[in-house]
Design a protein around this ligand. Structure first.
Ligand code: ADP
Ligand code: MG
Length: 728
């Protein structure tokens, strides 16, 4: 996405004149880092897809930089072995164990793991292997043999397990190991060892880059150069810091340096955006109301006061010749979609086009369907990454020639090659899934595009500043009339049978049920296995009325599962948290969340918001496994007491602290790759200050350091901000 599309756009409208001509090129010095990782020596046809699975995304293949930024989780010192009972969950450890048994996969839908039981004098652990032939596992871990295994122990339903040990060796293998060995988050079939080799090969491709940090600051804080930091992480020599008792080595200056680089890149991108939006000229993008009034009059409801106020604020922004950058915050179900539609209709009246970007394919389709139902004469179209070539060509042509008023889609909207006739308003739904980068890319699709960002995550103000700079904010603090409160109950998992029996009665009476499966450890595989197990259990009870949807299903399968539930062909939908954002099935009235104590409050609130959207009374059952700690109980009690998203957000902040609200995957806010806001939170403020200073002194990034900082922005792919620098 950093290279401009070589094909000229049919109208030339995508050239973003306000961004100073075509997008600048990534400096060629970084080319080796953005080359595909599968081009590294030693990567064969078998390994390539595994690398893609670990580091690639649907939008782009895995690159060398992704490999370099896939930092080891810790350096394991092989001499320091742990014992099973004392191994801290979640941290890498090496254990000397005896193999005591095998558990072949149970038959059932989806991929089931092969399990191996091992023990030492202090306890036992189940090793879990996905997608590995039994013969290979048994050869590596023969029954009765003594082996040294390295990996992370997780507690799953009270039992210790280790998913995909990163290393299994015998006595001789142990003796041959280096004193310190990095341990990487591994994936199906790709061991930590293999990743380490790849990382070494990637390090050899590391070009010499200019220093973008202030040298005085670096030496004051004892931080190494960027390249040295990466080398120290991937090729630890000796134990850099004294290892802890469990054999792990704490993150040192190398990790801090890399974290600071990433934070500075993000804060600099924000600071550039802010500086730009302050002086950005805009265009008047609001019409005379003839379309939006007509659409509003045809809605099956009248707008709430809050919707009316938000819309007036947005229209005033659209009408002014200043650029709009506005955040529309509104709880789940507060009616953001209708506001967005009427805002987009205003832009269309002014002769512009509008775009609405959703975080997932499912949501994009759902938005399209719901907008179409309300949109009267407006011409809507969908653009996703999954469109067939001919379909895509037709859409792009219609878009460029102005035959589409509102384009709805996913990330695909801001890819190169998507050229609008005249984009006036871009609406981004569920902002926290998008970075500034994407927002800017969309904004660059037209002349002085007005941007409306919608989020259902109530974001406390201090955090909003860090994430979103200084956007203007409209709040929908009023629910549409006629909503019934959702009754929330806390139920211990000991009473699972009663819950299932009650569901049976509800389903027989015509209700529809979401059943959300727990978030376990950090392993998607484990999450998935849990959901599949629950699905199998419920299917045994209720047969074909049960459906399953999870994050690893191919997109079309996800859509199909969602549609079957939406049409009522399935009545109980077992899901991992993919249903979290935005999905709307008004007939669903029961939400069961298993192991609710493992979810963040914000996420529980989002999940619960999936029900209570229709006229029927709704129930949310929070299943927990006791005994609950004090904080866990307080959190679940909060859920029972209130449906007010802002109160829940504040409570969340109070109970968990700022770092966690921002940094964990529960919050849904874009996580950093190298920085961890929990441990590097202090660096965030420093990065923010530094970025502001840089932008104040060298707004065009033209000084020597400024030029080095451009390299940093490209390196962390915050380079969309560079487009804002104008021709310089
Ligand atoms: P959000 O995106 O904020 O979660 P939606 O826009 O999906 O909320 O709206 C939730 C539901 O409420 C939709 O079915 C929508 O048609 C309905 N709705 C929106 N505004 C109103 C209103 N003013 N009165 C009644 N129902 C409304
Ligand atoms: Mg929504």
């Amino acid at each position: 996405m950093t290279r401009p599309d070589p094909t000229p756009s049919p109208t030339g409208a995508s050239a973003a004149p306000d961004a100073g001509g075509p997008a600048p090129l990534r400096p060629s010095i970084l080319d080796p880092l953005f080359a595909p990782a599968r081009g590294l020596p030693g990567v064969g046809p078998k390994m390539a897809p595994m690398i893609e699975r670990l580091l690639g995304t649907p939008e782009r293949p895995a690159r060398i930089v992704d490999l370099l930024f896939h930092l080891p989780q810790g350096g394991v010192v092989r001499k320091l072995l742990g014992s099973i009972s004392e191994a801290p969950p979640g941290e890498p450890v090496t254990l000397g164990v005896t193999v005591t048994g095998y558990r072949a996969p149970q038959p059932g839908p989806g991929k089931r793991p092969y399990r191996v039981l091992v023990e030492d004098a202090t306890g036992d652990v189940t090793l879990v292997f996905f997608g590995m032939p039994a013969a290979r596992v048994e050869k590596m871990l023969p029954l009765g043999a003594h082996r040294y295994i390295t990996g992370r122990i997780d507690l799953y339903d009270g039992h210790r397990q280790m998913v995909h040990p990163s290393r299994v060796v015998d006595e001789a293998g142990l003796a041959a190991l280096p004193a310190v060995e990095p341990v990487y988050g591994a994936t199906e079939g790709l061991t930590s060892r293999a990743i380490s080799k790849l990382a070494h090969a990637a390090l050899d491709r590391l070009p010499s880059l200019p220093e973008w940090q202030d040298p005085a600051w670096l030496s004051k804080n004892g931080l190494p150069a960027f390249a040295d930091a990466l080398k120290a992480e991937h090729r630890p020599e000796g134990a850099p810091a004294p290892p802890a008792a469990d054999g792990t080595v704490a993150a040192g200056p190398a990790r801090r340096r890399l974290a600071y680089d990433e934070l500075l890149a993000s804060q600099l991108a924000l600071a550039l955006t802010r500086a730009r939006s302050r002086r950005a000229p805009g265009r008047a993008n609001a019409g005379d109301g003839h379309l939006s009034d007509r659409i509003a009059a045809a809605l099956p409801f009248s707008l709430t006061g809050a919707q009316g106020r938000a819309l007036a604020e947005i229209r005033a922004d659209l009408a002014s010749d200043r650029r709009m950058l506005r955040l529309l915050q509104g709880d789940v179900g507060s009616g953001k979609t209708a506001v967005a539609l009427l805002a987009m209709a205003s832009a269309v009246e002014a002769g512009r086009q509008a775009a609405l970007m959703a975080p997932t394919e499912i949501l994009a389709r759902q938005h399209l369907a719901r907008l179409t139902a309300m949109a009267g004469p407006l011409r809507l179209r969908l653009l996703t990454g999954r469109d067939r070539a001919a379909e895509r060509r037709a859409t792009l042509l219609d878009l460029a020639e102005g035959r589409i008023d509102i384009l709805v889609g996913t990330h695909a909207l801001f890819q190169d090659g998507v050229a609008f006739h005249d984009l006036g308003l871009a609406v981004v739904d569920e902002q926290h899934r998008f970075g500034v980068h994407q927002r800017l890319a969309l904004g660059a699709k037209g002349q002085a595009v007005d941007i409306l960002v919608m989020t259902a995550t109530p974001i406390p103000r201090t955090l909003a500043l860090t994430c979103f700079g200084d956007m203007d904010v409209s709040v929908l603090d009023e629910k549409p009339a006629g909503r019934q409160p959702i009754v929330t109950r806390l139920v211990s998992t000991d009473r699972l049978d009663e819950v299932v029996a009650a569901l049976g009665r509800a389903v027989a009476a015509g209700d529809r049920v979401y059943w959300i499966c727990p978030l376990v450890a950090e392993s998607e595989y484990v999450d998935l296995a849990a959901a599949e197990d629950r699905f199998a259990d419920l299917a045994q009870e209720f047969g074909a009325a049960v459906g399953l949807i999870h994050g690893r299903m191919p997109g079309p399968d996800k859509d199909a599962a969602m549609e079957r539930f939406s049409r009522g062909e399935t009545r109980i939908l077992v899901a991992t948290t993919v249903v979290e954002v935005g999905v709307d099935v008004p007939e669903a009235t029961i939400m069961v969340i298993e192991h609710a104590e493992r979810f963040g409050l914000a996420q529980l609130h989002q999940l619960r918001g999936r029900v209570g959207r229709g006229a029927g009374a709704s129930t949310c059952l929070l299943l927990y496994r006791g005994p609950l700690g004090q904080v866990a109980r307080a959190r679940l009690e909060t859920m029972r007491e209130t449906e007010d998203g802002f109160r829940i957000a504040e409570e969340d902040l109070r109970l968990r602290g700022e770092g966690e609200v921002l940094g964990t995957r529960q919050s849904g806010l874009a996580a950093f790759r190298l920085a961890n806001l929990e441990s590097d939170g202090d660096l965030l403020q420093a990065a923010r200050d530094d970025a502001q200073l840089v932008v104040a002194r060298d707004p065009g990034l033209k000084s020597e350091r400024g030029r080095a900082l451009r390299v940093l922005l490209y390196l962390f792919e915050r380079d969309a901000a560079i487009r804002l620098l104008g021709a310089g």
